[in-house]
Design a protein. Sequence first.
Length: 557
Amino acid sequence: MRTLNHALHWPCLLLAAALIISLCRPVLANEAIVDRIEALNTGHTVEVLGAPLLARQALSNFYANNGYQLAWNSPEHRQQMLAALESAAGDGLDPADYHADLLSGLTSRPDSEMSPELQADLDLLFSDAFLVFGSHLLEGKVNPQTIHAEWSANRRQRELDKILTSALADGTIRQTLEALRPTHPDYHRLVTARQALVQLLGQPWLPLAEQPTIRPGDRDDRLPEIRRRLIALGDLTDPQPAADPNRYSSDLETIVPAFQARHGLEPDGIIGRQTLAALNRLPLERIRQIDATLERWRWLPETLGERFVLVNIAGYELKLMDKGQELLRQRVIVGQPFRQTPVFSDRIRYLVVNPTWTVPRKLMIEDQLPQIRQSLDYLERLNMKVYRGWGADRQQVDPATIDWPSLSRNNFPYQLVQDPGPTNALGQIKFMFPNQYDVYLHDTPSRGLFGRAERSFSSGCIRVERPFLLAEKLLAEDRRYTPDKLKSLVDSKRPETIVLSQPVPVYLQYWTAWVDDNDQLQFRNDIYNRDSRLLARLRETPAGDAQRLTPVSVSSQ
């Protein structure tokens, strides 16, 4: 009996040993995935099923960490990814950039009908779609430093390959992608406004003649269509049947100025060329403006900070924010189209009361030199001094001793420095955030220009409407600099530098569309023609990427 039990015991031991060996044996890598990742790692652009794999390094990292195994076996995971891609257009992105059509078609086929190679390709495309789409939501499709479409998924310090691993493990594909979007409420308000405009696509929007002008009380055959558009755009929210639809009656006398104001026009109630041009803008054109602004939001840091200054160049506006509350809003004057104010971010580190102005070289040659040649009194009137050389070794020069007609771009060994005073181009205070563009915020003696609707008159710097109010807000926690103290510093007429105890972030942005605090969708003119260039880059496809290498195509059965 013992012998029989012993005989039966050995097969059980062998079976258990085989099971242990099987569990301990490493899972074999998927050879098709290995082949494609190795091709990527050699520097080639790999195409599968005619589509390039884009997130080169992130794909390699992801599959190396999961043992080069299939990762998208779950139908639920695939459906979540497809649903996320369907929503890409709502963020102004193109689902086709992320293999959406190809993935949708392949996913409809049962796995049993696909070869191992085709299953590997499908898996790679899903991973690639997640990594590139996630990268574009997180940091934008267009690299603002190169103004070209970016497909590497590696710009910001977020390890998207690990984020994908976690999303697959938790089954939270769509939620994870949604969390990569900018969290700022302004971004999401724009997304909502975009959805409303999408509903207008397909409606008739034939051009309205931009002449003659229509004034209150006038009759005009265009007015019924103008009313229809104001209703469609949400400006005329409680339309009542007009006794005479062709007459500019009292119901429009408050609506038209409001429409003009939210398009950055003079709110005079007169339906002239500019107002009619705004009414003629197609819904699709407005959607594209929003798309450009959404992309610019994605370029910004994940948080702007608790306290910051934000300048919208296209909106001619400055805001000071603190813990989500608006402390200050002011009009600003920005650079002319041929001397554009750049887009960048920095920190305001110090203020200068009664500043001198060292004229930038370009302005000395292009603006000041022609004026000086006409009259040497120009320098005296503007309280300017001339120096030879730079820094501590510079020497003041009598303007009368200089042969001004002989000077040129290649022969101008002087500096022009304007002393503090009422004629100083920087006014009585400037806000400094040293940067490569030599751009800053400052006061101005030319205050009449703030009354204009469009205010692109400067040489690149930003003139602030009420600069001392901004200074008071920035210095509110520094008891040494009360409003009275600031006034006494100004009255001294001597330059005084005030270092902020805590530098304040400043963001110079270019937004031609935004939703204001009253949930009104605002539009402004593209004064620098930047939207059109950005939109061209947003429409770039991987095939149009000039940085692509020679593709290696991989066929699948």
